[in-house]
Design a protein around this ligand. Structure first.
Ligand SMILES: NC(=O)c1ccc[n+]([C@@H]2O[C@H](COP(=O)([O-])OP(=O)(O)OC[C@H]3O[C@@H](n4cnc5c(N)ncnc54)[C@H](OP(=O)(O)O)[C@@H]3O)[C@@H](O)[C@H]2O)c1
Length: 330
């Protein structure tokens, strides 16, 4: 559900592994898939192609006698569409169908569950980056795994994800995994406002200090809320700000994996700003601000960068690192 970058990559990988997949997406993406088929590539040189006639495509969920109700739905729309899309699925699918949110942020599974009360919504996390490289061509630009909430009905799916080269780890405490991913996603706004590709932005110490400030603030809020973020990176979450603030030559050595990113890769929020699409800022920095309020605290740097993203259409000029540090009070 949501045949964009992530949905096409994960759906296509599962189909190539032998799972029948039905893609629901927008006409722009569907017409490219009908014309060229679906091509998936990754940074390790893997390449998969599914021809147009192999693809089952639709622009809305529907009941069909020809197609069995799905055993698993992967929710791959941006956070702002979750409520509407979950309600549309609830209206046509069998009760208790599994709905696995693969979205960023920490609230999508619960928003989906409220909007689709007859379905079983589960939280998932995707720790790699996929970008659309051309019509029908989706490229995975970083390494990383899939995680999901432990649920008996997901166990049967594990060999399929394994065969699709997308090993899925099940976790009892998904909240800690989601918050750990959100800490990393705080870079989405920094990257979008920098106007630079991810690798170039991360090699600039000033931008890393901005990200370190946002993460340190979020970590203090998590501490106050008694949430312990999981370890998704070689260093524990609480060390991330220190590593980011290292001088660049040292950072390059310590964070070699973080820098294993295609030279042209950008955060999807950068694409959203460029194309005047709604961003997920509210599901990322906005969550830090809301959690801070809940624990009687504040997260001014996250609040300020969220405001800069929201007011981008009035400016449309990248922010330099010092300008950003000053604007966020860091
Ligand atoms: N891409 C990544 O590397 C990555 C990695 C980890 C997590 N994620 C998360 O995964 C989610 C999806 O990200 P993405 O990059 O794949 O976004 P995306 O490329 O924008 O894909 C979402 C697609 O779903 C479509 N859509 C929305 N509502 C729909 C509806 N009612 N019917 C049919 N299609 C609909 C969107 O169309 P419109 O644009 O027209 O609405 C868009 O084509 C986000 O939460 C993101 O944070 C992404």
């Amino acid at each position: 559900m949501g045949a964009g970058s992530l949905g096409c990559f994960i759906g296509g990988s599962l189909q190539a592994a032998g799972v029948p997949v039905h893609f629901i997406g927008r006409p722009r993406v569907l017409s490219a898939l009908r014309a060229t088929g679906l091509t998936l590539t990754d940074l390790d040189g893997r390449r998969v192609h599914l021809a147009p006639q192999q693809l089952s495509l639709a622009d809305a969920p529907s009941r069909s006698d020809a197609r069995p109700s799905p055993a698993l739905v992967l929710l791959c729309v941006k956070s702002g569409s979750t409520r509407e899309v979950a309600a549309s699925l609830d209206a046509v699918l069998e009760p208790r169908t599994l709905l696995l949110s693969l979205q960023n942020g920490v609230s999508n599974a619960s928003v989906a569950q409220q909007a689709a009360p007859s379905m079983r919504a589960l939280a998932g996390v995707v720790s790699f980056n996929v970008a659309e490289q051309g019509p029908g061509h989706f490229h995975r630009g970083t390494s990383g795994q899939l995680a999901a909430a432990r649920h008996g009905a997901l166990e049967a799916w594990l060999p399929w994800f394994e065969r699709a080269h997308l090993p899925l780890a099940l976790h009892t405490d998904m909240q800690s995994v989601q918050w750990a991913k959100l800490l990393l996603n705080l870079n989405n706004a920094v990257n979008a406002l920098s106007g630079l590709p991810l690798r170039e932005q991360l090699l600039e110490r000033g931008y890393r200090r901005v990200l370190a400030g946002l993460q340190a603030e979020a970590l203090a809020v998590l501490d106050a809320a008694d949430i312990v973020p999981a370890k998704l990176t070689p260093v524990p979450a609480h060390w991330l700000p220190t590593v980011l603030r290292l001088p660049t030559p040292l950072f390059k050595r310590v964070a070699a994996r973080m820098l294993r990113v295609d030279a042209s890769a950008r955060s999807s929020m950068a694409d959203d700003l460029r194309r005047d699409r709604p961003t997920e800022i509210d599901a990322l920095c906005g969550e830090v601000v809301r959690l801070a309020t809940r624990v009687g605290s504040e997260a001014p740097a996250n609040a300020r960068i969220a405001a800069l993203v929201r007011t981008w259409p009035q400016r449309r000029q990248p922010y330099g690192p010092l300008e950003l540090l000053r604007a966020l009070g860091l």
